[in-house]
Design a binder for this molecule. Structure first.
Ligand SMILES: *Cc1c(COP(=O)(O)O)cnc(C)c1O
Length: 483
């Protein structure tokens, strides 16, 4: 009763109901009674009793607090329903499929690159059984996991050696730790940046034990700025691709070629954090040029790093290519073990790289299918979606973006379905936000983007094989829309 008295102390408004409250508290069912109710029968035989007791106690505690706030005790059936919902939420996986209609191809919050059918197939199969991950089937002795992708990466990029780790942040951390700890790394001030999601070059540098030496100014860095900063403690010159922003107007930056020449002159390695790591030329699709891995390698960088799940279109991974002597040092470093990639993603990465080697990347890799999708096809699909929306939407011109820290500012012309655009303007945003919510709650969830009081759905980032699902979702959702 202590809680009740304390409660009386500062909420005088319900003193008059004190007697009811005490009665209400008395009517709280026991844990056993709740667990024994019909609604929880399905769980009684499958869940450990202790878990049922735990969850029931939590729900009863909530109920007790609610009574102390002056509300009546809910019937047993309602309390059991709450317990059922809590258990259901607990056992149902919270990672759910989402249809990405945002028009952002590499959406980090939505899991970046979707994978090709063949990559998925390899991943499912390797996950479900044993494989020769670190086992040489010729000799019967222990092997290295890198062999499954190293040759592919070398052939594709022209590099002498390659290594794959957990993600690109790991790749940069590993290289700086193994090769620049307690030494200095020179970076242009305009490149000592935050990529997003907590990846900041100065922080990674600090973590590795390397000292960041920033040169130049935010907008201008010249080759002599680097040269003046070189000291006996310099371990590397680092270029970072400013993947998510672009400096416009009065600016100057040093080319990779100049940097490599400077490195050669002083015998200092050059590292290149490419971010997205493009292997195909994006200018063919009207996009701004993105630095390509092959270029960095042929210019002679010691190491280049890039993500596996950005423009490469594979599973999450960090790829390191470059000179053998440097790659081997990373391979042997203890941190490489801590940052290693698992067999499942390795299998998906090998298949993805194979698509490039076989010249079928544009047809097979979803990211590239989306980039290469003809505008006429997008328009036709958008019109199909509009028809299922019963006069709430129309097709308008818009822009898709590559995203994921690649091609800053790069946009592709698209056609979007604008929901809310045909209603009276005062209701546009109401229609748009209600539809957005209903579509997020749909299974599978469909996520678009809200812009100018409309909900925009971009077919470019939805694979055509998912159109049927989208159309059904739109029909179902419109029927549930209450304004
Ligand atoms: C995206 C990015 C990273 C981080 O890569 P992850 O694979 O997300 O760890 C690092 N550097 C640059 C330049 C990037 O664009």
């Amino acid at each position: 009763m202590g809680a009740v008295l304390k409660f009386f102390g500062y909420n005088l408004g319900i003193i008059g109901n004190g007697h009811d409250m005490t009665n209400n508290l008395r009517s709280l069912p026991s844990v056993d009674k709740v667990i024994g109710s019909d609604r929880l029968a399905q769980w009684r035989y499958v869940l450990p009793h202790s878990l049922l007791v735990d969850v029931t106690r939590e729900v009863l505690e909530q109920e007790r607090l609610s009574i102390l706030n002056g509300r009546p005790c809910r019937p047993l059936a309602d309390i059991a329903e709450s317990v059922h919902m809590s258990i259901d939420r607990l056992v149902r996986p919270s990672l759910k499929p989402v249809i990405n209609a945002t028009g952002v191809i590499l959406h980090t919050n939505l899991g970046r690159a979707p994978l090709s059918e063949e990559a998925l197939d390899a991943m499912v199969r390797r996950a479900g059984g044993y494989c020769n991950l670190e086992f040489d089937l010729n000799t019967g002795v222990r092997g290295a996991r890198d062999v499954h992708v190293e040759e592919l990466l070398c052939k594709l990029t022209g590099a002498e050696a390659a290594l794959v780790v957990n993600n690109n942040a790991s790749a940069v951390l590993l290289a700086l730790t193994a090769l620049a700890k307690k030494k200095e790394v020179i970076v242009s001030r305009g490149q000592a940046v935050e990529i997003g999601g907590g990846f900041r070059i100065p922080d990674v540098m600090r973590q590795s034990g390397a000292k960041l030496v920033e040169v130049g100014t935010t907008n201008c860095t010249y080759i002599h700025d680097y040269e003046q900063a070189i000291s006996p403690k310099t371990a590397a010159l680092l270029r970072v691709h400013s993947s998510n922003f672009r400096i416009q107007g009065f600016s100057h930056s040093v080319t990779l070629q100049e940097l490599v020449e400077l490195g050669r002159k002083y015998d200092i390695p050059v590292f290149d954090d490419l971010g997205s790591g493009c292997i195909l030329d994006v200018t063919a699709f009207g996009l701004f040029p993105e630095p390509m891995v092959q270029e960095s390698v042929s210019l002679g960088v010691s190491l280049a790093f890039f993500s596996g799940d950005k423009l490469l279109g594979g599973p999450q991974s960090g790829i390191i290519v470059g000179k053998r002597a440097f790659v081997d040092k990373l391979r042997k470093h203890p941190l490489a073990r801590a940052l290693r990639i698992d067999k499942v993603r390795l299998a998906g990465l090998a298949v993805t790289l194979g698509h490039y080697l076989k010249g079928e990347a544009l047809e097979k890799i979803p990211v590239w299918r989306m980039i290469a999708m003809p505008l006429s096809e997008i328009e036709k699909r958008a019109e199909g979606w509009v028809q299922s929306l019963g006069g709430l939407a129309r097709v308008i011109e818009g822009e898709s973006v590559v995203g994921g820290g690649s091609l800053p500012g790069a946009v592709l012309p698209t056609r979007t379905v604008a929901i809310g655009s045909k209603t009276k303007s005062s209701r546009n945003s109401e229609v748009a936000s209600k539809m957005a919510k209903l579509l997020r709650e749909y299974e599978p969830a469909i996520v678009g983007r809200l812009e100018n009081d409309c909900l925009l759905l971009d077919p470019r980032t939805v694979l055509p094989e998912h159109d049927e699902i989208v159309v059904k979702a739109l029909v179902d959702t419109v029927s549930r829309l209450k304004l």
